[in-house]
Design a protein around this ligand. Structure first.
Ligand SMILES: [Ca+2]
Ligand SMILES: [Ca+2]
Ligand SMILES: [Ca+2]
Length: 275
């Protein structure tokens, strides 16, 4: 073999390595957030249902990653528990349901769909909502069409496939569905709820938070809908520092009127990757 051959081969290998590096850099673009461990208590005092399928940490968000690769965006939501599928949903998880609210630009919606009872602070309205449910996409779509306000339905994105593996629930959507712009500059909020196959009233497949926990009911809230029905959210800069747990409790603070309607609350904010 001539020396010339080897030289050409070395150049080709170098070029190939360069292409691979560029590909890896593309796949890694996006944003990552962390959330403290042990703040899966909503405004501070919510408790888990008593049934054994709800394991310690089942609703404790620890990480949220947005990975942009070409025209695809992957969302990874990580929990402080190894996911299980006790209800045989076929997706690798059963009890969790995740709502990813995204602020892609100006304007947007101040209130969450029914069931979460979340209100967003001024300037923190959501433009897009990605629902990660273990239920079949067709079921979720039917629920959205029946329960989400007509003007908001087109802002709700239901991934065709949602998968739980290890401690992480993942789904990929088209960037086009989310809109134009750079996902790493958008604001995010991740609301951790529980998949409710038999939701009450207008609830969008969410599990109730009542005054007292039950076999399949969260506790620590009120029997009405004035309390935010969410166990964990992002807060602050999404770094996972202990102070973010306290900030979450502030953002989810609420007061009820005697008739069970909301007196005050609704100060949830979006979280941005710190520049
Ligand atoms: Ca957490
Ligand atoms: Ca309630
Ligand atoms: Ca949190």
């Amino acid at each position: 073999m001539s020396k010339k051959f080897w030289t050409t081969g070395a150049i080709a290998a170098t070029v190939a390595a360069g292409v691979l590096l560029a590909g890896a850099a593309l796949a890694q673009s996006g944003v990552s957030f962390k959330d403290p461990v042990g703040d899966d208590n909503g405004p501070g005092n919510y408790t888990y249902p008593t049934d054994g399928v709800y394991k310690r940490g089942s609703f404790d968000l620890t990480g949220f990653d947005v990975k942009v690769s070409g025209k695809k965006v992957e969302f990874d939501v990580t929990f402080n528990v190894t996911l299980e599928d006790p209800w045989r949903m076929g997706t690798g998880f059963s009890v969790q349901q995740v709502f990813i609210f995204i602020k892609t630009g100006d304007g947007g919606f101040k209130d969450s769909p029914p069931g979460l009872n979340l209100g967003f602070a001024e300037g923190n309205e959501w433009n897009k909502l990605v629902v990660l449910s273990p239920q079949a996409p067709g079921r979720v779509k039917t629920e959205v069409e029946a329960k989400v306000a007509p003007g908001e339905q087109s802002a709700v994105i239901i991934p065709t496939r949602v998968k739980g593996a290890g401690r992480t629930i993942s789904a990929t959507v088209d960037l086009d569905q989310l809109g134009a712009g750079d996902p790493s500059t958008w604001g995010y909020q991740v609301a951790i709820q529980s998949n409710e196959g038999f939701p009450e009233g207008k609830d969008l497949m969410t599990r109730k938070v009542n005054e007292y926990e039950g076999q399949h009911r969260f506790g620590g809230g009120t029997d009405s809908d004035c309390d935010p029905h969410v166990m964990d959210i992002l807060a602050g800069n999404g770094n996972g520092t202990p102070d973010e747990a306290e900030l979450q409790h502030q953002w989810l603070k609420y007061e009820c009127n005697p008739d069970g309607t909301r007196k005050s609350g609704g100060a949830v904010k979006m979280v941005y990757k710190k520049k």
